[in-house]
Each structure stands twice: as structure tokens, then as C-alpha cells.
Design a protein around this ligand. Structure first.
Ligand SMILES: [Cu+2]
Length: 129
């Protein structure tokens, strides 16, 4: 009889664990899907191309409009570099694009791929206004 009860309890605990898992997965899925569902509907009318070589970006300062979707493209003409916008969850590694939308401010751009001797010098400013 105790065995039966133990089985029942185990089964219940298992079910609870499974349903908890299921619902948390659902939550994280819906959390993930809503921003990505927004992304395609936002077509960027502006584009910023940042060109990277070893070891510098083509400009020390870039400017984009605030609260506007901007297609941010990284082009590596020499070496393999990436960009990271400090304080924002934005990083591009290699020759890729991402649509970004930022509030007004001045941000620091850094290379996020360990690219060699001059890596730490690969910095630029992003002015959003
Ligand atoms: Cu680097």
C-alpha cells in the first residue's frame, strides 16, 4: 500500500515537473518570438555600413537617427572583426547585418573578436540623435 502511495506521489511530482517545464518553455518561446516577430515588420529605411580592417574601423564616429530602425552592416575588408555596442545587446561578428533601433545617446563600439595585436584599439563612437 505504501508502495502504491509512493508511486502515486512520484508520478504526481513528475507530472508537476513536466507541466512546469512545459509552461516555462512556452513562456520563453513567446518571449523570444515576440521581438523576432516585430523585426521583419520593421524594415530599415536607413543603413549604416561600418568597414573594419586590421586594426581599425573606417571612421572614429558614426551617426544614426534615434528610435529609427537602421540596418547595421559590418564589412571586414581585412582580417576578421566584429562589433559590439557597449551597453546594448547588439553584437555582430563577421560580415553580417542586423537591424538596430536605439534611443538617443552616445555609444561605444568595440571589436568583439580577438583579432590580434591591434584588437584593443578597435573602438569607435556611435552617436544616436
Ligand atoms: Cu578585434
Amino acid at each position: 500500500m505504501y508502495k502504491k502511495l509512493a508511486f502515486f506521489l512520484t508520478a504526481t511530482a513528475l507530472l508537476l515537473a513536466l507541466s512546469a517545464c512545459g509552461s516555462s518553455n512556452k513562456d520563453s518561446n513567446s518571449g523570444n518570438s515576440s521581438p523576432s516577430a516585430d523585426a521583419p515588420s520593421e524594415s530599415a529605411s536607413e543603413e549604416l555600413v561600418i568597414t573594419a580592417t586590421s586594426w581599425e574601423f573606417d571612421k572614429s564616429e558614426y551617426t544614426i537617427p534615434k528610435d529609427t530602425p537602421v540596418k547595421l552592416t559590418l564589412e571586414n575588408t581585412k582580417g576578421a572583426h566584429g562589433i559590439e555596442i557597449i551597453g546594448q545587446d547588439i553584437s555582430i561578428r563577421g560580415n553580417k547585418s542586423e537591424i538596430v533601433k536605439l534611443p538617443a545617446g552616445t555609444y561605444e563600439i568595440k571589436c568583439n573578436i580577438m583579432c590580434g595585436n591591434g584588437h584593443t584599439q578597435m573602438k569607435a563612437k556611435l552617436i544616436v540623435s
